[in-house]
Design a protein around this ligand. Structure first.
Ligand SMILES: [Zn+2]
Ligand SMILES: [Zn+2]
Length: 289
């Protein structure tokens, strides 16, 4: 069956390229993605068979490809070779001149590993963080062997925790000074918001709760926006948490005297400010993230 969807066609080309570059785990993920969407594409099943590390999956994938497309020579050949059967003459590798033949006799690493290595050899790798765990997975980025509990699934393949961390470090580009500027702005704004909330929302009724739902969202976003602008929209790994802490601090200082005066018996008084803190904190956190 021809692939109609241009997106799937380009995904398939990409998967074939990834296979040729030897990144089997990443390629497998791509083929499985194509199969999820279009299980009738024989080329994707054949590709999956070339890269998967599970021998039973490999045979099943080739078989599926041949069922879908009985005249698909590479798949017919691969299935016959895998089962140790003779390859039908029509599916043999076509005659080629010497130079091209030399290239074929040395297939890319991925293909030779996937088809030629016996099943037991595939698990000689051990996780680089857990030397007692055999694995067949590798990080698509650095190639280090990883066990299934260390592997982090990404759109392009499984990654090791080190590579994930490295990518995050690029993403989190905040400078040390940003951790002073943004929280300072956050605290000042939170003190203002907290004062107003303590004036108008303390002991309020149902209407107040409703207003606080709205005001909290706006205030949280506003505080996030202003402090992010001040630090050039850089992002910090712990900045969202720090900013929420500033919001709680800025609001709480106005409420503590009332809490001391009224004691725990007056907790319902704080329902309005509580709603404000909850909603504003959530909005602020989401904005800073
Ligand atoms: Zn890695
Ligand atoms: Zn591990």
């Amino acid at each position: 069956m021809e692939i109609q969807d241009p997106r799937l066609r380009s995904l398939l080309r990409q998967a074939d390229r990834v296979t040729d570059s030897g990144k089997r785990a990443a390629a497998e993920q791509l083929y499985r993605q194509i199969i999820d969407e279009a299980p009738e594409v024989a080329e994707a099943w054949y590709g999956l068979g070339r890269v998967t590390a599970v021998p039973t999956d490999q045979e099943a994938a080739y078989e599926k490809a041949v069922t879908l497309k009985p005249d698909y020579a590479p798949a017919v050949r691969a299935l016959a070779e895998l089962r140790g059967e003779s390859v039908p003459a029509w599916a043999e590798v076509p005659e080629v001149d010497d130079e091209a033949e030399a290239a074929i006799s040395e297939p890319p690493v991925a293909a030779s590993v996937a088809t030629a290595v016996p099943a037991t050899d595939r698990y000689e790798l051990v996780c680089y963080r857990h030397p007692n765990r055999p694995t067949s997975l590798r990080c698509y980025n650095c190639g280090k062997p990883i066990c299934s509990s260390c592997a982090v699934k990404t759109p392009v393949g499984y990654s090791c925790p080190d590579c994930i961390r490295e990518k995050e470090d690029v993403f989190f580009n905040a400078r040390p000074l940003d951790y002073i500027i943004a929280p300072a702005i956050g605290l000042v704004l939170s003190l203002i918001a907290g004062y107003l909330v303590s004036r108008f929302a303390l002991g309020g009724g149902f209407f107040t709760y409703f207003i606080m739902l709205f005001v909290g969202g706006v205030a949280g976003r506003f505080i996030g926006q202003l402090s992010q602008q001040a630090i050039g929209r850089r992002r910090g790994r712990y900045l969202p948490q720090v900013m929420v802490a500033m919001l709680i601090l800025g609001t709480a200082v106005w409420l503590v005297p009332y809490l001391l005066l009224g004691g725990l018996s007056s907790l319902f008084l704080f329902l309005g400010p509580g709603i404000f803190l909850f909603v504003a904190g959530g909005a602020l956190y989401a904005y800073m993230k």
